[in-house]
Design a protein around this ligand. Structure first.
Ligand code: R5P
Length: 283
């Protein structure tokens, strides 16, 4: 039985289709004081799969409630799927007194589940923060699907070294092209991003920028600016998790992006491919 958080309904439906499991009814309410209430009807299944992208504090609360609700409804085994795990980027404390928020969230989530699956977390190591078995699922290969078939001598470019493996996975799924990476520095006070270009020649080529997350769009728009300064032809942006907060779309449009794609780990108009079949193979 698959049970969905309110922000992951399409993903959960796709997971139900991919795995042939039933999709549970679920009701989301809010009390007058602002408190949330997420509930499921009783069901006839021992194993519940709770699917919630923790994109907000409300989504975190809803996840904890649904984990509890499915046990009340009769499930003896609970698997939690976090298509996108919020707070995963806060995976270390830079000074005494700072929280390791990813660990705090992982511990809380662990209390209501037997197992966790998450899609391409920012750092693989966050799986170790859970007190139950936790695995990451790699859905990056699907990011090649929406790309045009006629890319000119494509370069699959990571905006920082950490995303190089993702860029290589997308290149390999596309079937041709080269991989490279830029070097990124972010000012942690202002959020401003500076991208140091590699020496890869991009003149008259198409570039596909690949990252795990596009949040404010600062990283990608800065990278696109650099590429346009070097005579690139088209620049496509693709990512696993299209958070797209604040004015990200405007920044990318002003930078001249040819197209922007993501998966449905975060449900946005740009979520052109589904990571659900990849998750289904791990259930
Ligand atoms: C950070 O290292 C991540 O991989 C992404 O590069 C980052 O989250 C993108 O954030 P933004 O879109 O705000 O620049």
């Amino acid at each position: 039985m698959i049970v969905s958080g309110s922000a992951s309904q399409s993903f959960a439906a796709a997971l139900a289709t991919a795995t042939g499991r039933e999709l549970s009814a679920v009701a989301y309410d809010r009390f007058p004081d602002g408190e949330l209430h997420a509930a499921v009807p009783e069901f006839d299944a021992d194993h519940a799969v709770v699917v919630v992208s923790t994109v907000s504090s409300d989504a975190h609360v809803q996840l904890l409630q649904l984990q509890d609700a499915v046990r009340e409804a009769g499930a003896s085994e609970v698997t939690t799927v976090l298509p996108y795990m919020g707070y995963a980027r806060q995976d270390r404390a830079f000074s005494a007194g700072e929280p390791v928020s990813a660990r705090a969230m992982a511990r809380a989530i662990s209390t209501g589940t037997d197992r966790v699956l998450t899609v391409n977390p920012h750092e693989e190591a966050i799986c170790d923060f859970f007190d139950v078995p936790a695995e990451s699922v790699d859905a990056a290969g699907r990011l090649a699907d929406p790309l045009p078939a006629d890319l000119a001598d494509p370069l699959f470019l990571a905006p920082d070294e950490g995303a190089t493996d993702l860029a290589d996975t997308v290149r390999s799924a596309y079937g041709s092209g080269a991989t490279d990476h830029f070097v990124k520095e972010r000012d942690h006070d202002t959020g401003e991003v500076v991208v140091e270009p590699s020496d890869a020649a991009v003149g008259d080529r198409d570039v596909v920028l690949v990252d795990d997350i596009v949040a404010t769009g600062s990283t990608m728009s800065e990278a696109i600016d650099v590429l346009h300064g070097r005579g690139v032809d088209r620049v496509f942006v693709t990512c696993l998790h299209p958070l797209l907060v604040e004015n990200a779309r405007t920044k990318l449009a002003r930078a001249g992006v040819a197209a922007l794609y993501g998966t449905d780990t975060i449900e946005r108009p740009e979520s052109r491919v589904s990571a659900a079949p990849a998750v289904g193979r791990h259930l």
